[in-house]
Design a protein around this ligand. Structure first.
Ligand SMILES: NC(=O)c1ccc[n+]([C@@H]2O[C@H](COP(=O)([O-])OP(=O)(O)OC[C@H]3O[C@@H](n4cnc5c(N)ncnc54)[C@H](OP(=O)(O)O)[C@@H]3O)[C@@H](O)[C@H]2O)c1
Length: 257
C-alpha cells in the first residue's frame, strides 16, 4: 500500500461512498479519503475484500463502514444508500467506480448476454447509483460526484466493444448530469484512466510486458492506483469548486483530448 497521499483540509469530516471500493483503484481511493478525515463507505460484492479495506482504514485511525451491494441491483443500491444516510447523513462525495469487463474479446464473439452484462455493470450501475444518492444531495444543495470511465471510452483500443461503449456512455452521462445538477451546487466529473497497475493487472500482465507497455506512455510509466485516487481527491475537494462536466484523462499523457 502506498503511504503517500495528497492532503485537502476541507475534506475532513465529510462523508464519501466509494463503489468498487473493495479492491484496486477504489480501495486506494477509500484509503486516501480516510487519511484526509473523510468517513468512507466501502462498497463491493466480496465481503472479505470489503472487510480488509475497512480494517486497513480503521487500523490507520480512519472511519469506514463496509457495504456489500451489487450496483447493478437497484434494490441493493437503495439499501446501501439508506444504510449510509442513517449512519452518517447524505454523502458529500460519491465515487462511482465499480466496473469491469474490459478484457479483449473479438466483437463477433460477444454474446447478447455478455453485451448486456457489461453495459449493466458499468453504465447502468452508474445511473442506478447516482439516481439513488442524488436526491439527498439535491436537498442539501451540495455534492461532488466522480464517475469512472476509461481511455477505452475515449479512443478505440483493445478493450471489448461493450466495455468501450459503456465507458463512452459514462462520459456523456456524466456531462449530461453535470449540466442538470449545477444549479443544485452539485459537481459531476468523470475519470478516464489508461492502464493502472492494480493487483489484477499484476496477476495478468507479466512484468516484462508492463515495462514494454510503459514505453508507449509519454511519461514512460504505467499508472498507479495512487494516480487515480489523487485525482479523485482533487475533484472532491474545494480546490475543484468551479470544475464540473469534465473528463480527466488519467493517462500519463497517452490520451489528451
Ligand atoms: N485498472 C485499470 O487499468 C483501469 C483503467 C480504466 C478504468 N478502470 C476502471 O476503474 C474501475 C476500477 O477498476 P480496477 O482496475 O480497480 O478493478 P478491480 O481491481 O477489478 O476492482 C473492481 C471493483 O469493482 C467492484 N465491482 C465490480 N462489479 C461490481 C458490482 N456489480 N457491484 C459492486 N461492485 C462491483 C469490485 O468489487 P468485488 O470484487 O468486491 O465484487 C471491485 O471493488 C472500473 O470501473 C474499471 O473499469 C480501470
Amino acid at each position: 500500500m502506498s503511504q503517500k497521499y495528497p492532503v485537502y483540509p476541507d475534506l475532513a469530516g465529510k462523508v464519501a461512498v466509494v463503489t468498487g471500493g473493495s479492491r484496486g483503484i477504489g480501495a486506494e481511493t477509500a484509503r486516501q479519503l480516510a487519511r484526509n478525515g473523510v468517513k468512507v463507505a466501502v462498497n463491493g460484492r466480496d465481503q472479505a475484500a470489503i472487510d480488509k479495506v475497512v480494517a486497513d482504514i480503521r487500523a490507520e485511525g480512519g472511519e469506514a463502514m463496509g457495504i456489500a451491494a451489487d450496483t447493478t441491483d437497484s434494490a441493493a443500491v437503495e439499501r446501501m444508500r439508506q444504510e449510509v444516510e442513517q449512519a452518517w447523513g447524505v454523502p458529500h462525495i460519491l465515487a462511482v467506480f465499480a466496473g469491469s469487463g474490459g478484457e479483449p474479446v473479438p466483437t463477433l464473439e460477444i454474446s447478447e448476454e455478455r453485451w448486456k452484462a457489461v453495459i449493466d455493470t458499468n453504465l447502468t450501475a452508474t445511473f442506478l447509483v447516482t439516481k439513488s444518492f442524488l436526491p439527498g444531495m439535491v436537498k442539501e444543495k451540495r455534492g461532488s460526484v466522480i464517475t469512472m470511465a476509461s481511455s477505452a471510452g475515449r479512443l478505440p483500443g483493445p478493450a471489448s466493444a461493450p466495455y468501450s461503449a459503456a465507458k463512452a456512455g459514462i462520459i456523456m452521462f456524466s456531462r449530461h448530469l453535470a449540466a442538470d445538477m449545477g444549479k443544485f451546487g452539485i459537481r459531476v466529473n468523470c475519470l478516464a484512466p489508461s492502464l493502472i497497475v492494480t493487483e489484477k493487472v499484476q496477476q495478468n500482465m507479466p512484468k516484462e510486458q508492463q515495462e514494454q507497455t510503459a514505453r508507449f506512455f509519454p511519461l514512460q510509466r504505467l499508472g498507479e492506483t495512487y494516480d487515480v485516487a489523487a485525482t479523485t481527491l482533487f475533484l472532491a475537494s474545494e480546490a475543484a469548486s468551479w470544475l464540473t462536466g469534465l473528463t480527466i484523462d488519467v493517462a500519463g499523457g497517452r490520451v489528451s483530448l
